[in-house]
Each structure stands twice: as C-alpha cells, then as structure tokens.
Design a protein around this ligand. Structure first.
Ligand code: NAP
Length: 168
C-alpha cells in the first residue's frame, strides 16, 4: 500500500540517459548490482510483463513459487505453466487486485501502464547504446522521492544510480 492507502502499482526499469531500455529483444548491459536491486524490489511480489519481455527472460527467471506472474498478450491461446495470461494492462491489474504489483516492461507495456503507476523505480545506467525499446518519460505527476549516489558496477564498465519516483 502507498501512504494514502492506495494499492502499490510499481513500474521498474533500467535505462540509459536517452531512455533506451532494450535492443534486439534483450537488455544491452549487465549490471549485477541492478539485478540484485531488481530482486530486492520485486521478490515475493506479483509481477506483470509483456509477452516479448517474457520471451527474453531466461526460463529460470520467468516464474517463482513465491509470486504470481502475469503475461500480457493479445493471443488468447498463449499458455505457460505457472503464469497467468491477461489481454491488456487493465485486465492484468483487475486480475491481480489487490496485490502489490510490479510491472517489468517492456516498452509497450510501460507505455500502457504508466498512467496507473503509483511508483516508478528507475536505474540510470551511464552508458551509450543504440536501442529499439524505450522507457516512457516520467510524467509530471511524479516527483523524485529517493536517489542513491552514483556507483561504479562490479562489471568494471558502467556507472549507475537508483532513483524512485512517487506520484504526487
Ligand atoms: N531495461 C529494462 O529494464 C527492460 C525491462 C523489460 C524489458 N526490456 C526490454 O524491452 C524489450 C521488449 O519490449 P517490447 O516493447 O518490445 O515488448 P513488451 O512490452 O515486453 O511486450 C510486447 C507484447 O505485449 C503484448 N502487448 C503489448 N501491448 C498490448 C496491449 N495493449 N494489449 C494486449 N497485449 C499487448 C503483445 O504481445 P503479443 O504479440 O503476444 O500479442 C506485444 O507483442 C526487450 O528488448 C527487453 O529486453 C528492458
């Protein structure tokens, strides 16, 4: 729940300064600290993702016994053991009400889900890559609620910063 008693609907992504989140169906950086951060935020929570993000995940990361996984697809015949199917963001949110949910992407799903978000958690990755999937802009109804300092990743290449935005 948020401070005003509303259900938490979180969006979480990592992006470059140009808001790139993906390229060629994958994420073009590997930051162990970001993976850990993602797990800390979403562990045990209900997660919602688009079908292409589902396809991009390694099989062992798709479903976990301690949480619900909902995949959004227009294909009524889509099925995967351990996951639930929804045909829109609205349907996924109705299906999971009143769970705290975290929307994992990708670009199409973030664009459709941002209007419902109560919190947005962003990892700013200081790298320049060309991509084909982009995060939405943070809407003006959100304020920066929390930020860490800039850290250097143990991957030896990238610097990153965690930011959290709350709906005003
Ligand atoms: N950096 C990050 O934090 C992060 C996080 C997640 C993903 N990514 C990256 O983002 C990229 C994937 O993003 P994407 O935009 O291509 O795909 P996506 O949002 O993961 O999934 C798109 C699919 O979702 C379904 N869909 C989308 N809008 C819908 C709607 N309004 N109603 C019903 N179904 C809908 C469709 O599935 P069907 O075609 O099955 O109908 C569509 O093909 C990848 O590169 C991935 O690695 C990055």
């Amino acid at each position: 729940m948020t401070e005003n008693g509303k259900r938490t609907i979180g969006l979480i992504w990592s992006q470059t300064p140009d808001r790139v989140i993906g390229a060629n169906g994958g994420i073009p950086w590997q930051i162990p600290e970001d993976v850990q951060h993602f797990q800390d935020v979403t562990s045990g929570r209900t997660i919602i993702m688009g079908r292409r993000t589902w396809d991009a995940l390694p099989e062992q990361a798709r479903v976990a016994p301690d949480r619900r996984t909902v995949v959004i697809t227009r294909n009524p015949e889509w099925f995967a053991p351990g996951a639930e199917r929804a045909s829109s963001v609205e349907e996924a949110l109705a299906l999971t009400d009143p769970d705290e949910v975290w929307v994992l992407g990708g670009a199409e799903i973030f664009a459709a889900a941002v209007e419902f978000a109560t919190v947005i958690v962003v990892t700013e990755v200081d790298t320049e890559v060309s991509g084909d999937a982009y995060a939405p802009e943070i809407p003006p109804q959100f304020v920066l609620a929390f930020t860490t300092g800039i850290s250097r990743s143990s991957n030896g290449k990238d610097s990153f910063q965690f930011r959290s935005y709350a709906r005003k």
